[in-house]
Ligand binder design. Structure first.
Ligand code: F6P
Length: 328
């Protein structure tokens, strides 16, 4: 979309929207500190777009964000606002930005949050998006803030589940988050040596790929099993019940749930969130707005928001092949 070329922006807002993700605080801190470095006034907007339309914001300085880097969650809190999705809600958001003199907003969130950002841009409020979601399901970026921490949390939990599955000679079926995408499940499956990984991006013949595969492994002498299912692919309870009923192998289901969204961010999440925050503010300072900050080829870049939102990414056949070679 066309970039806005007007007087230099002196005041920005930052908000987190949609599901929280570890590393969002590192991103907020980076936006605040980089903004302050360049002499901008930075408003922290509470509870996402809901807070914007209600005018819930305060000026943040370098000290306001100290001791936040290592904390999970988001110090600004987040929300999925229904009111903002209405024309009236968006107009309220625009007029609140005007009331506080906020001239551009940095939105940290997933692709639903980017849609909201684009709506604001179309109504004249410049925006910069930053990818924050554990799901890693944003087309324009190789990496999203929170993904690495969520995978590490899941990996640690599954290592523990393997201990008990082994003691009881059971099949542990674990459901992982990811919304419609299987990035977390596929990579955690590889990191944990899961016997079977079920993801939405890959077709499954349950009899052949799950039941027969487990029975053949049992007949070869295998005594316990880890089956990972992405939430977008199926229900762990149902899968465990089917496995037990059809194979006689005792099965237990664990839905890891929101534990994957919490915890202290990993080095990778902290560093990438920090670098992307610098890029977001520098884009504004250099007069580039209505952009999405992304990771491409391992580098931090910023892309036109409309172009970025059309981009798609997929789990590659190479990744699927490697996962299948390494499982049963
Ligand atoms: O997008 C992050 C995510 O945790 C998804 O993996 C999951 O499907 C969804 O959010 C859960 O949303 P909520 O926190 O609203 O239950």
């Amino acid at each position: 979309m066309e970039e806005k070329k007007e007087a230099k922006i002196q005041s920005i807002g930052v908000l987190t929207s949609g599901g929280d993700a570890p590393g969002m605080n590192a991103a907020i801190r980076s936006v605040v500190r980089t903004g302050n470095f360049y002499g901008l006034r930075v408003y922290g907007i509470h509870k996402g777009y809901q807070g914007l339309l209600r005018g819930e914001m305060e000026i943040l300085n370098n000290r306001s964000v100290s001791e936040t880097l290592q904390r999970g969650g988001t110090l600004l809190q987040t929300a999925r606002s229904k009111e903002f999705m209405t024309e009236e809600g968006m107009q309220k958001a625009i007029s609140m930005a005007r009331v506080f003199g906020v001239e551009a907003v940095v939105v940290i969130g997933g692709d639903g949050s980017y849609k909201g950002a684009l709506d604001l841009a179309h109504r004249g409020l410049p925006v910069i998006g930053m990818p924050g979601t554990i799901d890693n399901d944003i087309g324009c970026t190789e990496y999203t803030i929170g993904y690495d921490t969520a995978m590490n949390t899941a990996m640690q939990a599954i290592d523990k589940l393997r201990d008990t599955a082994s003691s009881h000679e059971r099949c542990s079926v674990i459901e992982l988050m990811g919304r419609g995408a299987g990035y977390i499940a596929l990579n955690v499956g590889m990191a944990c040596g899961a016997e079977i990984v079920l993801i939405p991006e890959q077709e499954t013949d349950f009899d052949r790929d799950v039941l027969k595969a487990l029975l053949e492994a049992r007949n070869r002498g295998k005594k316990h099993f880890i089956v990972i299912v992405a939430e977008g692919k199926g229900d762990a309870m149902e899968i465990a019940a089917r496995i037990e009923a059809s194979t006689g192998i005792e099965a237990r289901a664990t839905i890891l749930g929101h534990i994957q969204r919490g915890g202290s961010p990993t080095v990778r999440d902290r560093v990438l969130a920090s670098l992307m925050g610098v890029r977001a503010v520098e884009a504004v300072v250099q007069g580039r707005v209505n952009r999405i900050v992304s990771i491409q080829g391992g580098q931090v870049v910023d892309l036109d928001i409309e172009e970025a939102m059309k981009m798609k990414k997929e789990i590659t056949p190479e990744q699927l092949r490697a996962a299948s070679i390494l499982s049963m």
